[in-house]
Design a protein around this ligand. Sequence first.
Ligand code: ZN
Length: 258
Amino acid sequence: MTSRSWLFRRLQASHLAGRFRDLRAWSRQLSVRAEPVPRASAALVIAPHPDDESIGCGGTVALMVAAGAKVDVVYTTNGARGAADRSTAQAGPSQALAKRRAEEARAACSMLGVRDVVFLDAEDSGLHHRLDLVGALRDVVHRNAYDIVFMPWPYDGHVDHRSSFELGRRALRRITPAPAVWLYEVWTPLVPNAAVDISAAADVKRRAIACHASQLDALDYVELGMALSRYRSGLRPGAVAAEAFFVTAGNELGQFRG
Ligand SMILES: [Zn+2]
């Protein structure tokens, strides 16, 4: 073992220990509230990739829209490195795939009742190099007085999700009044403090995920997304599907290290 790798392992261990301390502190303040459909005039979903809006919070969004809220979605990446159609050989990012995924995203958002769809168009898997996008995201956040902002939780397993949290955290700095922030889960289940019964919107959610057809050959996101919602129904007795969140505020995001 070289001294360099010893130092690396020490640093890595202390980094992980710090994260576990965060999670322990986090979980101590938790009890999971049974949330009704969130009340908001306007809400924004920050989504790392086309499909995260539906998997992470699609049922809640559909219920909010049905209750009269205006919901917008902003995608931080264009998904150009996502799963390609089996009929096309893909090496590296594909602008054709990005275009197709944008169309699928619009269809999914239409299914959920979303008002506006914005694309920041960063290349996926490289978002951690694009913190310069915070200005563009701040412009989106300032366009409307959002009561609620949905974004990925900071410890999700996908780097673009963690980077989207970090962009969102920075974009919401010094915005007053601070919107409520609902952190959602996709690849890694979060430690929730709120759960919304989405039984009435489960079918809409399923169909919205299915709009992302270019991705379904690689992985059955419809079944995976609905299985997560089924699992979370355990937090809401009587529900057949639920979405779990960690609810906090836009001016309290500094407590999380993205
Ligand atoms: Zn994603």
